[in-house]
Design a protein around this ligand. Structure first.
Ligand code: PLP
Length: 393
C-alpha cells in the first residue's frame, strides 16, 4: 500500500483522536526507518521513548519470535519462565522487592495508586487515601491517572474524576510539607516531567520530599514510565537522584517496543496487594517479557554510562545551535526552547521534511532517541537541526 492509501484508510476508519504527523512508517532498522515509498528517516523519537534498542534489534527480534513460536500467552493462572525471570532481573537491578506486570504506563500507575491506598487503609484505617502529585505532571489517560495528572487541559470534558487526588506546585517544598497531612497516603512524582515539557525536579527537592514521606509513612511513588529503563543514563532516574522510592512504575522502554509495564514494590509494600486484589489478563505476557529480557541484558552499567555520555554530547551540541535558548533534561531525554519567537512545531515539521523525526512537549522540541543511537547518528541529527534553524531564523 502507498502512504496515500494508508492515510485514506486511517481517515475513514480510525478514530481521529491523534494529531498524527503526515508520515507513514513501513519498516525500520536501528535508528532509521522508511516510508512505503522508500523515503528514509533518522529517529529521535523511539516511538515516544519506547524503542530503546531501536527498530528490529536482531537479538530482540529473535527472542520475541522464538517465544511467539513457543507460547504466546497463558494468562496469570499459570507460571511462565519469561515473567518470573524478568521480575528477578528487575528486582536485582533496582533493589526492589516484588513486581506486578501491566500493559501501559497509565495501568501501572493505577496499580501503584491501588497499592498505596490499601497500604494505608490496612495500617491506619479509612480516610488516609489522597494521592498527591505535582502541577504540570502527566501520569496517563485513564480516569484515576488523569486525576493524578496536574494539567487542567487534560481534564476538560471528562468530569467527574475519582476523588482523593490533589496537586501542589512543583519544586515548592513548603507547599509539599503543608499538603502532606493526615489524609495523604502517597506522593506520585516524575523526576523529569516528560509530557509537561521536559522539566526536571532538583535532586535536593526530590530528596527532601522523600524524607518528608519517610517521616510520615507516606509512600513515595516514582513514575518512571518515561525516565526509567536507562533513558537518563541510569536504569532509574531515581538512582541518579539517590532516591529509594517505595513504588516505581515503568512502561515505555521496558518491552523494547511491545506493550509491557511494571509496578516495582519496595519491602514496605511488597505484600500489600494480596491474592484477588489486582490483576491484568495480559500482565507478564511471555512474548513481551521475552523482549524485555533482552532489554535488561543489554542495559549493563557500561551501556548506561554510554547513554549518559551521549546525552551530554547531544546536549552540548544542541546548546551551540543558532536560535536555541535552553536545553533541559538528562541523558537521552532532552527538551529544547527556542529564542526569538521561533516555534518548536515549525522546527519539528521542517526537520521531518529533511528526514529527522522529533517530538514536541508543550512549547519545546523534545528528543528521545533510541538508547542505541551512535555518535555519528547524533551528529547527523544535530546537523539537520542546525540547517533547519539557519533557514527558519
Ligand atoms: N506516566 C508518564 C510519566 C508518562 O510519560 C506517560 C506517557 O507518556 C504515562 C504515564 C502514560 O503511559 P501510557 O501511555 O503507556 O499509558
Amino acid at each position: 500500500m502507498t502512504s496515500t492509501d494508508i492515510k485514506a484508510l486511517d481517515a475513514e476508519y480510525v478514530l481521529q483522536n491523534y494529531a498524527r504527523f503526515d508520515v507513514c512508517l513501513a519498516e525500520g532498522k536501528g535508528c532509521r526507518a522508511k516510508d512505503p515509498e522508500g523515503n528514509a528517516y533518522l529517529d529521535f523519537t523511539s516511538g515516544i521513548g519506547v524503542n530503546c534498542l531501536g527498530w528490529a534489534d536482531d537479538e530482540w527480534v529473535a527472542a520475541v519470535a522464538a517465544q511467539a513460536g513457543r507460547l504466546q500467552h497463558t494468562s496469570n493462572l499459570f507460571h511462565t519462565q519469561p515473567g518470573s525471570q524478568l521480575a528477578q532481573k528487575l528486582c536485582q537491578k533496582t533493589g526492589m522487592d516484588k513486581v506486578f506486570f501491566a500493559n501501559s504506563g497509565a495501568e501501572a500507575n493505577e496499580g501503584a495508586i491501588k497499592a498505596a491506598r490499601k497500604y494505608s487503609a490496612d495500617k491506619y484505617g479509612e480516610g488516609r487515601h489522597v494521592i498527591l502529585s505535582l502541577e504540570n505532571s502527566f501520569h496517563g489517560r485513564t480516569l484515576a491517572a488523569l486525576a493524578a495528572t496536574g494539567q487542567d487541559n487534560f481534564h476538560q470534558h471528562f468530569h467527574p474524576f475519582p476523588a482523593g487526588f490533589a496537586h501542589v506546585p512543583a519544586g515548592d517544598l513548603a507547599a509539599m510539607d503543608k499538603a502532606l497531612d493526615g489524609t495523604v497516603c502517597a506522593v506520585m512524582i516524575e523526576s523529569i516531567q516528560g509530557e509537561g515539557g521536559v522539566v526536571p525536579q532538583s535532586t535536593a527537592y526530590l530528596r527532601a520530599v522523600e524524607t518528608l514521606c519517610r517521616e510520615r509513612d507516606i509512600l513515595y511513588i516514582a513514575d518512571e514510565v518515561q525516565t526509567g529503563v536507562g533513558r537518563t543514563g541510569a536504569f532509574l532516574a531515581s538512582d541518579k537522584a539517590g532516591i529509594r522510592p517505595d513504588i516505581v512504575t515503568l512502561a515505555k522502554g521496558i518491552g523494547g517496543g511491545l506493550p509491557l509495564a511494571a509496578v516495582l514494590f519496595g519491602q514496605k509494600c511488597g505484600a500489600v496487594l494480596g491474592k484477588g486484589t489486582h490483576g491484568a489478563t495480559y500482565g507478564a505476557n511471555p512474548v513481551c517479557c521475552a523482549g524485555a529480557l533482552v532489554v535488561m541484558e543489554r542495559l549493563t552499567d557500561a551501556f548506561l554510562a554510554d547513554v549518559a555520555r551521549k546525552g551530554t554530547m547531544l546536549k552540548t551540541a544542541l546548546q551551540a545551535l543558532p536560535g536555541v535558548a535552553s536545553v533541559t533534561g538528562d541523558g537521552l531525554m532532552l527538551g529544547i526552547s527556542f529564542a526569538g519567537g521561533l516555534k518548536s512545531a515549525d522546527v519539528q515539521s521542517a526537520a521531518m521534511q529533511k528526514g529527522l523525526l522529533c517530538l514536541l512537549a508543550k512549547d519545546k522540541l523534545r528528543l528521545l532517541p533510541p538508547l542505541v543511537i551512535t555518535d555519528e547518528e547524533l551528529r547527523e541529527g544535530v546537523a539537520v537541526l542546525k540547517s533547519v534553524l539557519e533557514t527558519l531564523q
